[in-house]
Design a protein. Structure first.
Length: 378
């Protein structure tokens, strides 16, 4: 394993070199105290691993790692720091990725073993994933499925890393400015601290996604990032592409609509209360609602009243304040002379609107109901 060391403290650099020389599989091909020179050699040489100090003069080790990984995304980087344990936790770094000074030989050997293991596991994953599409479910509970088996949940080191990944997944293929991410996740922090946290989280996301490198590509420029997907099937994307295609509803296509609407099992990213996901959640809900009404109306116009009732009831269940669905059911029940069902549906609508908005149903619905009662009573 070819290694480069970068630390501005010469004594610490020499000590780390001494410890590493006691591990047979390690070949030190360079050690540097100058960050600029060290970065240049890291990018130019064919190496497997870098030991990088977090605190460097005129730069930040985590930011430097981000710049290096942009060019060499598969390079292994182990952070070295003189911070006490509580400070290291504040950086929220993976145990594989940092060492405390002075570096103990036993701890160092454990790190090397973990790196060796991650390489082996990664290669096995690549063989298993070859030519297989990765399915991601974002409607309802977030899931990743590969070869018809659910992938174990991604192990995020922090909730911020998880949130940032999901936000980038929502913005897939789009350029996202770093300033936007800072405002999204750390608006209360001063800029230097916020950017340091951002680089740390981006680093963790890269590390977490390594085993899925065939599917995710996280690239960056000076100002921001883009998450690109390859051979990934998103249920929300598949569903929306079908819905917005505005395929005419016919006796031949209604089955396609029924099957596609089954994908919308629940709200978008249901288990997460991120404020930025709420607008997308509501937008998709409205698409579902409009499509459901179209299907119900098609059933009615094609003399399939029972299926129309099922669809209107589904709308009322998923979107209780949709007055038009309640009203449509009331009219269907009235046409079938089911007075009890008409009364029940109207009272249900009244109760829901009172509870949610402290309001009565729309005037046209109340007028229809009052007129129907008069006619019925006569």
């Amino acid at each position: 394993m070819k290694v480069i060391l970068l630390d501005d403290e010469v004594i610490a650099l020499d000590y780390l070199e001494h410890q590493l020389m006691q591990i047979p599989e390690i070949e030190i091909v360079g050690k540097f105290s100058d960050p600029a020179l060290g970065k240049k050699e890291i990018l130019n040489q064919s190496i497997d691993l870098v030991f990088l100090d977090i605190q460097l003069p005129e730069t930040d080790g985590i930011q430097l790692a981000e710049e290096i990984l942009q060019v060499k995304p598969h390079l292994k980087i182990v952070f070295v720091t003189g911070y006490e344990a509580y400070a290291v936790r504040a950086f929220e770094l993976n145990a594989l990725d940092y060492l405390l000074k002075p570096v103990k030989l036993e701890r160092l050997m454990n790190t090397i073993q973990r790196i060796d293991h991650s390489h082996t596991a990664f290669d096995l994953d690549r063989l298993a994933q070859q030519n297989q599409s990765l399915q991601i479910k974002m409607l309802g509970h977030f899931q990743m499925i590969l070869k018809e088996k659910q992938v174990p949940p991604l192990r995020w080191r922090t909730t911020r890393a998880q949130e940032l990944f999901l936000y980038m997944l929502q913005c897939r293929g789009q350029f996202i400015r770093k300033s936007t991410l800072i405002e999204l996740l750390w608006p209360e922090y001063e800029p230097n601290r916020a950017y340091s946290l951002l680089y740390t989280v981006i680093y963790h996301i890269r590390k977490t996604l390594e085993q899925f490198e065939d599917y995710f590509s996280l690239t960056n420029s000076v100002d921001g990032y883009v998450l690109n997907l390859n051979n990934v099937l998103l249920d929300v994307e598949e569903w929306e592409n079908f819905i917005v295609s505005s395929l005419p509803l016919t006796s031949r296509t209604i089955t396609d609509y029924v099957d596609m609407m089954k994908l919308f099992k629940d709200d978008y990213l249901k288990e997460y209360d991120y404020w930025w996901a709420e607008s997308e959640r509501q937008r998709l809900k409205m698409l579902w609602l409009r499509t459901s009404f179209r299907m119900a109306e098609w059933y009615m116009s094609n003399h399939q009243q029972s299926k129309a009732v099922e669809k209107y009831l589904e709308i009322c269940h998923q979107h209780p304040i949709a007055e038009e669905a309640h009203f449509a059911l009331m009219k269907i029940f009235a046409s079938n002379k089911n007075s009890l069902a008409v009364h029940r549906q109207y009272r249900l609508l009244v109760a829901i609107l009172l509870e949610e908005f402290n309001e009565q149903p729309s005037t046209y619905i109340t007028d229809w109901y009052d007129n129907w009662k008069l006619e019925h009573e006569e």
